[in-house]
Write a protein that binds this ligand. Structure first.
Ligand SMILES: NC(=O)c1ccc[n+]([C@@H]2O[C@H](COP(=O)([O-])OP(=O)(O)OC[C@H]3O[C@@H](n4cnc5c(N)ncnc54)[C@H](O)[C@@H]3O)[C@@H](O)[C@H]2O)c1
Length: 318
């Protein structure tokens, strides 16, 4: 493909995708990944000063190859720039021709939220009403739109962030989608009557305590980068009846949420399962779980491939 014929996919075209279809595509990608039917080499990760960089490549059967260069620049919000930046190139798997160039921040947010919904569809208590959001950045905002479309019984959103300006902005957006929204002064109160908890922070230490969680609750943790950092505390992980991850290898290697309690002997790896395996092998994984279920993700490249393919077919081939 001549370089001037490569399709440029805009953020608006990603935002127009049907969210339920995205969730289904990510569920399929998770299953192919866990069944060993995807090409998904470990991502190349490196740090430039305080900033995380990753190069993520993958291919799925009958689809092309995606290569994403992505970074996380925590200081960017103070410059008025997004925390996550980058670009995706989507290529034909047979000919190697570049087909499309896609905005990585928006694609990443949409595929991450879709991945979280795969878990919440499977592991939330039935008819969830109360959603708690800890960390109110861009990922959380996109998640909110998915929660609205995927969990029709949700009516209340409780919100906590260390940055009050961000909370206020988030509450305004949440108020457009949900009947009741509430900014809560401390994270424990924010989660104590939640059915679903979303942790989407750039914190380095756990942001909630397991002792603040009651009854049946599904905790989704997407944030944090670095093997010594974590959002989940020991108690949440220790009490969890089921812990699902997007990639066992990625989660244990790249973040501390599960590897730190495992090193302390608080959990064994047998308690942790890849969500793709859950989807393939179990019809009702929530059954019997009356307490905490957890989904921890770090993001896997097949998610980018699945969404790139969908975008190429919907936005580029007219
Ligand atoms: N799992 C995945 O696939 C995936 C994909 C993309 C991003 N992420 C991660 O998601 C996280 C959020 O990304 P973003 O783009 O929304 O970033 P962002 O900078 O827009 O938002 C992060 C928010 O977390 C808040 N925060 C930091 N420490 C906190 C604490 N202790 N308690 C409460 N709030 C706190 C910040 O004030 C900020 O509002 C990052 O850690 C990023 O690495 C994960």
């Amino acid at each position: 493909m001549p370089i001037d014929k490569i399709c440029i996919v805009t953020p608006g075209e990603i935002e127009n995708l049907d969210k339920k279809e995205l969730v289904d595509k990510i569920a399929e990608a998770y299953m192919l990944f866990s069944e060993g039917e995807a090409v998904n080499p470990p991502r190349q990760v490196f740090w430039v000063k305080e900033n995380w960089w990753g190069v993520m490549s993958a291919s799925l059967p009958e689809k092309g190859v995606s290569v994403k260069i992505v970074n996380i620049i925590p200081d960017n919000p103070t410059r008025g720039l997004p925390t996550i930046n980058g670009i995706v190139v989507y290529l034909d798997a047979e000919t190697g021709s570049p087909l499309a160039v896609i905005d990585a921040p928006v694609l990443t947010a949409y595929r991450t939220a879709a991945g979280s919904m795969v878990s919440s569809r499977l592991l939330s208590p039935p008819n969830p009403a109360v959603l708690s959001v800890i960390g109110t950045g861009y990922q959380a905002l996109i998640h909110l739109r998915f929660f609205k479309d995927i969990h029709l019984t949700l009516n209340t959103v409780k919100v906590y962030d260390v940055n009050k300006d961000r909370v206020n902005r988030f509450i305004m957006e949440a108020g457009k989608l949900f009947d009741r929204t509430e900014a809560v002064e401390d994270p424990c109160n924010a989660v104590k009557d939640a059915d679903i908890v979303l942790l989407a922070t750039t914190a380095k230490e756990p942001v909630i305590k397991g002792e603040c969680l009651f009854g049946a609750v599904h905790v989704i943790s997407i944030g944090v980068m670095g093997p010594e950092y974590r959002e989940l505390d020991d108690e949440t992980v220790r009490r969890a009846e089921l812990i699902a991850v997007d990639s066992m290898e990625g989660v244990m290697r790249e973040v501390g949420d599960l590897s730190i309690p495992e090193r302390k002997g608080l959990i064994s790896k047998e308690k942790i399962v890849e969500i793709g395996n859950l989807l393939v092998h179990s019809n009702a994984p929530r059954a019997g779980a009356n307490g905490i279920t957890v989904f921890k993700s770090v993001g896997i490249a097949v998610q980018d491939t699945a969404i790139s393919d969908l975008l190429y077919k919907t936005a580029c081939i007219k």
